[in-house]
Design a binder for this molecule. Structure first.
Ligand code: SF4
Length: 482
């Protein structure tokens, strides 16, 4: 059943045998949980987009695997135009939800695995590519959400996986059996794990000979026996549980991060897509990271749109929107945000076909995109904080606004532009707070720094891809230096 609606997606997730540790309690009652619901709604948005007549073209693509229309969040890119459409869709989702909508990680993993398994089979005579095609056709036909799991805990960063005191600090094959493998370890920072049906496990870095047990790529149902989820806290997360939603900031949508432990999980052969081929572990990491660095040129720009809109609105509510320094700051915020979008579009439009036939982003430009993402959202957040003013950090609570005694004073002394009630002004402050210092800042700022790798990782890739010798050669020709 391709192209689920958001509602059908929510029902399908509720049918899983999922449980998680959430704030000290292990619970199987995740449907309707106050902390999780906004993040589920954000994922549901990616399904509804394929049914909204205004956006269905953006959210649908023709699959070469199942010869049918599929949700673009499961699509294997068949052209540079597909890559461009992906970024446009991500900006749209970010701008409508104001948060991480979580579904891109699996999409990026699938595209990286598709081309890597093809290349691996050519060299090693394995049959991973056909397996992956069969698996992914099923994902497309069922319109499932797939998490992508790359980041291992890594233990002592000064030691290789094989030298750790505990070998599980890098997820590994613990035992090989006829028909499959038993895996053990954990993955950190799992975006949207509890809103996914499946997870694609990938190696966390380039492995070396002797580290075959850690060169693993496979698919696991998120509710498989031996899989344990521990929900990650976000700043101000318990505000989502308060009765008056005014203090939440973003009441409809939110992100989700999880620590997931794999304790002796059995993975059958048909779900294994790399199994000890250390020479392809680094290639897979590099391709996945580049796709996800491209993604940030869409999703973070969309969230940036929300923050810029909120900053402009609070300026109007404060009565300062005509001040020239405010207008200039808003121009600067837009300039930074659109520069990120340019990067997302550039690395997409310069994408090229892989040997497998799907399209890969331009690696250099994708890394430039992400390196800018590690900086510009912070500057946009700084400017939003500047424009909003100090109330951003000192605003009384919704409970006090509702209190008959205190509320009178809050209404009196927080009045500003008479066109706007105090309660609405407070709502906008809370949304900005959410994005620069609250739960939304996990997605907009911390994830911008560390998601898809920290700045140092992009600098290494830029150094490798920048073609310094060609530039030196051009200068030598120009100056006739032998
Ligand atoms: Fe998608 Fe952005 Fe969230 Fe990654 S951080 S899953 S690209 S919305």
């Amino acid at each position: 059943m391709a192209l689920k609606t958001g509602d059908q997606y929510l029902k399908s997730i509720d049918k899983l045998k999922l449980s998680a540790h959430v704030l000290g309690q292990k619970t199987g009652k995740l449907a309707g949980h106050g902390l999780l619901t906004p993040s589920r709604q954000a994922v549901a948005f990616t399904f509804d987009g394929a049914h909204d007549p205004a956006t269905s073209d953006m959210f649908r693509a023709e699959s070469h695997l199942c010869k049918d229309q599929v949700n673009r969040f499961t699509h294997l890119h068949q052209s540079a135009d597909d890559l461009v459409k992906k970024v446009k869709m991500q900006r749209y989702c970010g701008a409508q939800t104001g948060c991480c909508f979580q579904r891109c990680v699996g999409l990026d993993a699938a595209n990286a695995i598709y081309s890597t398994t093809f290349d691996c089979d050519l060299k090693h005579g394995s049959d991973f590519h056909q397996r992956f095609k069969d698996y992914w056709r099923w994902i497309q036909q069922e319109d499932l959400v797939v998490d992508g799991a790359m980041t291992d805990p890594k233990g002592d960063r000064g030691r290789r996986p094989i030298d750790q005191d505990d070998p599980d600090l890098y997820l590994r094959v613990k035992e090989r059996r006829a028909g499959g493998v038993v895996i053990s370890g954990a993955k950190l920072h799992q975006t949207g794990m509890l809103n996914s049906h499946e997870v694609l496990i990938m190696p966390t870095m380039s492995m070396r000979p002797g580290e075959e047990a850690w060169a693993l790529c496979c698919a696991v149902p998120v509710d498989a026996p031996g899989v344990r989820h521990i929900y990650g806290r976000q700043a101000s997360d318990t505000r989502k549980l308060e009765r008056d939603l005014l203090d939440v900031g973003n009441t409809l949508f939110g992100g989700q991060e999880v620590m997931t432990v794999f304790e002796d999980v059995l993975v059958p052969d048909e779900r294994i897509f790399l199994n000890g081929q250390v020479d392809f572990s680094g290639i897979l990491v590099e391709r996945f990271a580049s796709y996800h660095r491209q993604s940030y040129g869409g999703c973070k720009v969309g969230v940036g749109d929300v923050l810029i809109g909120a900053a402009a609105l609070i300026a109007r509510m404060n009565g300062v929107e005509k001040a020239s320094h405010i207008a200039d700051k808003l121009v600067e915020m837009n300039h930074l945000n659109e520069t990120l979008y340019c990067c997302g579009l550039a690395c997409s439009s310069q994408g090229e076909a892989t040997a497998a036939g799907n399209y890969q982003v331009n690696l250099l430009l994708a890394n430039v995109c992400k390196l800018n993402v590690t900086r510009f959202p912070y500057e946009i957040a700084r400017l939003a904080t500047d424009i909003a003013g100090g109330l951003l950090g000192t605003l009384p609570s919704a409970a006090d606004l509702n209190d008959p005694e205190a509320g009178v004073y809050i209404e009196k002394y927080l009045a500003a532009n008479p066109d706007f009630p105090v309660r609405e002004r407070m709502k906008v402050f809370r949304l900005i707070e959410n994005l620069v210092a609250g739960a939304g800042a996990v997605g907009y700022l911390i994830e911008s720094m560390h998601g898809a790798g920290p700045p140092a990782a992009q600098r290494i890739m830029i150094g490798r891809q920048a073609g310094l010798e060609q530039k030196i050669e051009a200068v030598r020709r120009l100056l006739n230096i032998a």
